[in-house]
Design a protein around this ligand. Structure first.
Ligand SMILES: Nc1ncnc2c1ncn2[C@@H]1O[C@H](COP(=O)(O)OP(=O)(O)OP(=O)(O)O)[C@@H](O)[C@H]1O
Ligand SMILES: [Mg+2]
Length: 396
């Protein structure tokens, strides 16, 4: 019996049948081996940093195994959370510190501080002992979700805990405050740093090739290649698109992955993503305050201002997550249909609009920071956003 597609392609969970192992940086060793090595180094804390949805959590699950991994999210901690109480609760251990606080009234708690601390230390030892005996690895995922104060508190607890050989991994996004770990003088010399790169096309292709083979569906190398380009460094997007292809093939009772199916699958996949507001905000740019904006006629008959042109340029072929200004500018010029006496916009005008757009996006919530204009380049920070831009809009 062949497998069901949803068991093979798993955009939101552990991909048992389509797990791809990648090389660590420019070495011959795999990410899995690198993480194993880090975990074996007694007395060290492992810090994993990598962009969103690049497989940080999945890597931990692969190497540690679901039976031994204890996952805590940075979001589980607020100012009142006791670190060890949380660590204990995750493995269903009773935590003495908790009982002590309940038994004492507020004043007693203060006067009895020494006694309380003693019990506290005792129970912390027990928890660490339990983790070591049962081969548990503590993974503090999405560390950036904990408040800066809490991050410092956690780092202090970890410093002591790793000395006692508790195995801990802290997972975080780049450019985010994991400084409490990486810049912490107390931890220097006690860190194993692992940086997760964005995905290369050849590795992304493997997800599709492995998965479709498992499902007895033939796809050509050329199709896998097209998919890899379209999913823009994101293994998650690859899993999504492949699952969409399977759903469409089943629905239409077909076996062959044609260009037509591909295009349908891309559009179908965007239904999962909600970037309409982000696209609108980008297209509008900053508030105008009554000023008339210069409008440009495009080669496909639309009338757009510079912000509209910027959005259209992002969506052009080939999909890129890093676009030099020269490339970006030439995309814009190619979009514009000049009338008789009209001239192309100056480069400085385009740059100024990119700068203003950057300000608009920076002032808004996280999801709006899908692109960034920096050091003479336009960066697409969120691959899913660019994919949506290319395939999710009605006329896109
Ligand atoms: N090694 C892999 N092989 C195949 N698919 C993968 C692999 N790693 C990740 N994926 C796909 O990408 C999805 C996202 O991976 P994961 O949740 O590990 O990312 P993350 O980096 O932890 O993201 P976040 O920053 O949001 O926590 C997975 O659910 C899976 O579909
Ligand atoms: Mg994760």
């Amino acid at each position: 019996m062949t497998m069901r597609a949803e068991k093979v392609f798993k955009p939101g969970a552990y991909p048992t049948y389509t797990y791809v192992s990648r090389h660590y940086e420019d070495t011959d060793i795999s990410y899995e081996l690198r993480l194993k090595q880090a975990l074996r180094t007694a007395g060290c804390l492992t810090s994993i940093i990598g962009p969103s949805k690049m497989g940080k959590t999945i890597l931990c699950e692969k190497v540690i195994g679901l039976d031994n991994i204890v996952e805590i999210s940075g979001a589980d901690f607020n100012e009142n959370t006791d670190f060890w109480a949380t660590v204990a609760a995750k493995v269903e251990l009773p935590y003495m510190g908790e009982i002590t606080t309940e038994r004492f009234s507020k004043t007693e708690e203060i006067t009895d501080r020494d006694g309380k601390n003693e019990k506290y230390v005792l129970s912390k030892d027990k928890i660490i002992e339990y983790y070591i005996q049962h081969n548990k690895v503590l993974v503090i995922d999405d560390f950036h979700y904990a408040s800066p104060e809490m991050q410092i508190k956690i780092a202090q607890q970890l410093k002591d805990a790793i000395r006692r050989e508790l195995k801990v991994i802290v997972v975080s996004l780049p450019h985010r405050s994991d400084d409490a770990i990486r810049q912490n003088a107390d931890l220097s010399g006690r860190l194993s740093l692992i940086t997760i790169d964005t995905w290369k096309e050849e590795d992304l292709k493997k997800i599709a090739l492995m998965g479709f083979e498992k499902l007895n569906i033939n796809i050509t190398d050329a199709v896998a290649e097209k998919l890899a380009v379209e999913c823009l460094t994101s293994p998650q997007l690859m899993q999504y698109i492949c699952l969409s292809i399977c759903t469409l093939l089943e629905d239409e009772n077909k076996q062959e992955v044609t260009d037509e199916i591909l295009e349908k699958a891309y559009k179908f996949t965007t239904v999962n993503f909600s970037y309409a507001d982000v696209v609108n905000t980008m297209g509008k740019g900053p508030n105008q305050r009554g000023q008339q904006r210069k409008m440009y006629e495009t080669i496909d008959g639309k009338l757009l201002d510079m912000y509209g042109l910027i959005v259209e340029s992002l969506a052009k072929n080939p999909p890129l997550t890093e676009i030099s200004f020269e490339t970006f500018y030439s995309r814009i010029i190619q979009l514009i249909k000049l009338s008789a006496n009209e001239k192309n916009p100056e480069k400085s005008i385009v740059k100024e609009h990119l700068r203003k757009l950057q300000n608009v996006l920076e002032a808004k919530e996280e999801i709006y920071r899908a692109i960034e204009w920096k050091d003479g380049k336009v960066y697409v920070l969120d691959p899913l956003f660019l994919f949506y831009l290319r395939w999710g809009r009605k006329n896109g």
